[in-house]
Design a protein around this ligand. Structure first.
Ligand code: C2E
Ligand code: CA
Ligand code: CA
Length: 780
């Protein structure tokens, strides 16, 4: 409830004031009450004293009157003649203003105003007469207290007594006794077990009070007739042995009544003060807490990234705090802007970075948005030539050009040599045209520090794919498309899903390949090569086969390049080599000592560790081994590769140049390679009978090989016509489905033992050599 400062302060002040008021109130009440009690007591004591004085006066008056009247003739007459008694006693009573007048005879008879002599005198009176000669004092007669004065009749009262008595009327007792202004009640109580008659109300409380008062001269207020009472008591002497007391009392409230006005105004003042204080404290507290609340709200906003300055109108610490707070907000905002700028921009060129592009793409309307990754060709070379600083400037200028070409298109520097730009196109054709336009604009020569620089770029384009794909994945696709374009030697290419495959799945495939090498899922098959000169099969090429337990046959064209890229190819190649050597032995034991060719991935050529291992295996071979090498662009260290190839050649391993004509094969390559064999790619061989051009190429390649001292093998020989033609061209060996598909060692033995088939090849070769003699072959 008190989670607000203003409430807390108000409650605290109000609480303090109430406490102070209560203290003042209680103290003044106690002081006033005790003072008024003292006064009341004094008044009661005065009343007591008054009564005593009045009582004594009246008693003296009565006694003197009784003594005087005792000798009066009327009394004596009444003593003798009782019939005269009423008149005489009545006159006497009236004159003396007494309540009763009667005679007690010496015999103990009572003669009253009714004249009759009564037999009994009240026992208390009798007691008093026995104790005093002429008693004067208080005495209870017929249950009511009286002032009594007795005079003797005759010498030593031998005639009797004259008794005068005043009834003490409770109703008139107070008159003339109460002090000025005091309203007190006075009563006389006889001690009769308790003070007063047993049936009298509040007897117990009153008795206790009187007893205490008589013993100590004071007593605490008591409860009577439903009110608090204060009082004073005085013991009265009676003529008989009975005790009596005078009780003077008045209600406490009456004693305090003069002060109720004071108390009421005190309470009113307190209440008004309290209201003023609560309102004042509330306003004061709000003056403090409102700016604090504003500050708090601003801090909360700040946490949510809303930078709203605080307005505090006071001129005190709070306003200074608010000013500091506002300064802090400004500083944070500025710093955040700086950090955000840094986070979304490339430090070198100040172009937006990949993260910025991702952000723009995330908010872009999905649908027809294409993303182009533009790579600067041979960037490393360019950078080497012009230096890092200028290379950065180059990228920046290209970025600026891109920005001008598509002012609203999100663009970014994706990596050191790649820029990215998103654009909208109706369809793929339009996107392709757009990419080509980008290329022609970006490839305009660029002036840097007075130097004109030619820039070549390639572009990979990622097609829109819908909402499921995040911006990061789209950027990745564009950069992969760029790689794909470069690999295919194209200026631009769209992302090709099929060519890219599934990298995650491929990686798991490599794990499975390791297992296949151990568990027999991987096998070797061998494809024979027919030697035209000897008319025999003297060598085979070993090819790997993988039968996957769930995916079935997996082509080497798929997993061999994958093994190359993931670093698994050495393991595979060493396994193939070992198997080939082992199966070569089996064939030799079966009576067919053949040369075995094994494919060696270009990636392994500059690997010294592999060369060692390969040579060690080769040393265990019974017959000739041949390493088929395809020229690849991905040899990191060509010098080392050449050295290794030379080592192979020196240690008796034949070296064959594989797939000649399909790739980058150059004359320089042929010149450098210490090869024994040249294998013409099947792409040419398959068409030699249909394409004059291919025939010409094959023929001249055979002659080139012979000229360099190499044996020439034609791959992909599928028809007898091609076979015959190759024979006529003086090709050394033929390899292809016509002779045999790659097959197991057993099948191979069966083929080798097939005399009829061998004869067929021989004849075909002879026919070819005869029917198609060429001028070149003649001259050779
Ligand atoms: P390659 O070295 O050029 O192997 C010859 C390929 O041509 C083999 O395909 C073979 O089956 C196929 N071929 C043979 N004769 C004919 C024919 O008359 N017509 C046609 N159309 N094709 C024919 P394969 O076995 O699928 O191998 C494909 C490629 O995989 C090989 O090309 C080779 O580069 C690679 N490869 C195969 N085994 C290995 C290996 O053990 N190690 C390495 N590094 N690469 C291998
Ligand atoms: Ca080969
Ligand atoms: Ca080949």
């Amino acid at each position: 409830m008190f989670n607000r400062l203003s409430l807390k302060l108000t409650a605290l002040y109000a609480g303090l004031l109430v406490a102070a008021l209560l203290l003042v109130g209680a103290t003044s009440y106690a002081l006033i009450a005790s003072a008024s009690l003292r006064i009341a007591h004094e008044q009661l004591t005065v009343a007591n004293a008054n009564f005593a004085r009045l009582n004594n006066l009246r008693l003296a008056h009565l006694a003197e009157a009784a003594a005087r009247s005792a000798g009066a003739p009327g009394v004596r007459e009444a003593l003798i003649d009782q019939s005269a008694a009423p008149t005489a006693l009545g006159a006497l009573r009236t004159r003396l203003r007494a309540d009763r007048a009667f005679i007690v005879t010496a015999e103990g008879l009572l003669i009253g105003e009714d004249g009759a002599a009564q037999a009994s005198v009240p026992p208390q009176l009798q007691l008093a007469l026995g104790r005093h000669a002429s008693p004067v004092g208080l005495l209870a007669l017929d249950g009511t207290m009286h002032r009594v004065a007795v005079a003797t009749l005759g010498e030593h009262a031998h005639l009797g007594w004259l008794v005068l008595a005043d009834r003490l009327d409770p109703n008139t007792l107070a008159a003339g006794v109460s002090p000025e202004g005091a309203h007190v009640s006075i009563e006389i109580r006889a001690r009769d077990g308790g003070w007063g008659a047993p049936e009298a109300p509040d007897r117990a409380a009153i008795s206790a009070f009187i007893d205490t008062y008589l013993a100590r001269g004071q007593a605490e207020p008591f409860e009577a007739q439903g009110a608090r009472m204060i009082g004073a008591a005085m013991e009265l002497a009676t003529l008989d042995a009975q005790r009596a007391a005078l009780l003077v009392r008045s209600p406490l409230s009456q004693a305090l009544s003069p002060y109720t006005g004071v108390f009421n105004s005190l309470a009113l003042i307190g209440l008004v003060g309290l209201i003023i204080l609560v309102v004042g404290a509330w306003l004061f507290a709000r003056g403090i807490t409102q700016p604090l609340s504003t500050l708090e709200a601003s801090a909360r906003n700040l946490r949510q990234g809303v930078y709203e300055p605080v307005v505090v109108r006071t001129k005190d610490e709070l306003s200074r705090l608010a000013a500091s707070f506002n300064a802090m907000i400004d500083a944070i905002r500025e710093r955040e802007q700086r950090i955000t700028h840094l986070a979304y921009h490339d430090a070198e060129t100040r172009l937006p970075n990949r993260l910025a592009l991702e952000r723009r793409l995330a908010t872009a309307q999905a649908g027809r948005v294409y993303l182009a990754a533009i790579g600067v060709d041979r960037f490393a070379d360019v950078r080497g030539a012009i230096g890092y600083a200028h290379a950065g400037a180059l990228m920046q200028r290209l970025g600026a050009r891109l920005g001008r070409l598509a002012p609203n298109g999100p663009m970014a520097r994706l990596s050191s040599d790649v820029l990215g730009i998103a654009f909208v196109a109706e369809n793929e054709d339009a996107a392709r045209r757009r990419a080509e336009a980008l290329i022609s604009h970006l490839e305009q020569p660029l002036a840097l520090e007075g130097l004109e620089i030619d820039v070549n770029v390639s572009i990979g384009v990622a097609q829109p794919r819908g909402k499921d794909e995040g911006p990061a994945a789209m950027i990745e696709r564009a950069t992969i498309a760029l790689d794909q374009a470069r690999a295919a030697r194209l200026k631009s290419a769209f992302f090709d899903e099929a060519a890219y495959g599934d990298p995650a799945r491929n990686l798991s495939l490599m794990g499975e390949m390791r297992r296949a090498l151990k568990n027999g899922d991987m096998r070797l098959v061998h494809q024979p090569k027919y030697n035209f000169r000897t008319g025999r099969i003297e060598s085979v090429e070993s090819l790997v086969r993988w039968r996957h337990p769930t995916r079935g046959f997996i082509a080497p064209d798929l997993f061999v390049p994958m093994a190359e890229e993931t670093g698994h190819v050495r393991m595979l190649t060493e396994w193939v080599l070992e198997r080939a050597v082992a199966e070569q032995k089996i064939m030799a034991q079966a009576g067919w000592p053949l040369g075995f060719s094994v494919n060696i991935s270009g990636r392994l050529l500059d690997d010294a560790g592999f060369a060692e291992a390969a040579l060690a295996i080769a040393r265990g071979a019974a017959q000739t081994l041949c390493f088929e090498i395809t020229e690849t662009a991905v040899i990191d260290n060509p010098k080392q590769a050449l050295e290794n190839i030379e080592r192979f050649a020196e240690s008796g391993v034949r070296v064959a140049i594989d797939d000649y004509g399909s790739g980058l094969s150059s004359l320089a390559y042929l010149k450098q390679m210490p090869a024994h064999e040249l294998k013409i790619d099947k792409m040419f061989v398959q068409n030699i009978t249909s394409s004059e051009r291919d025939g010409l190429l094959v023929r001249s390649t055979i002659e080139l090989g012979h000229g360099l001292g190499m044996e020439v093998t034609a791959e992909g020989v599928e028809t007898p016509a091609a076979f015959a033609m190759l024979a006529s061209m003086r090709c050394d060996m033929a390899q292809g489905y016509l002779i045999s598909r790659p097959s197991t060692a057993e099948d191979l033995i069966a083929l080798l033992n097939d005399r009829q088939r061998m004869r067929f090849y021989e004849q075909t070769a002879r026919v070819g050599a005869q029917i198609s003699p060429t001028p070149e072959s003649k001259s050779a």
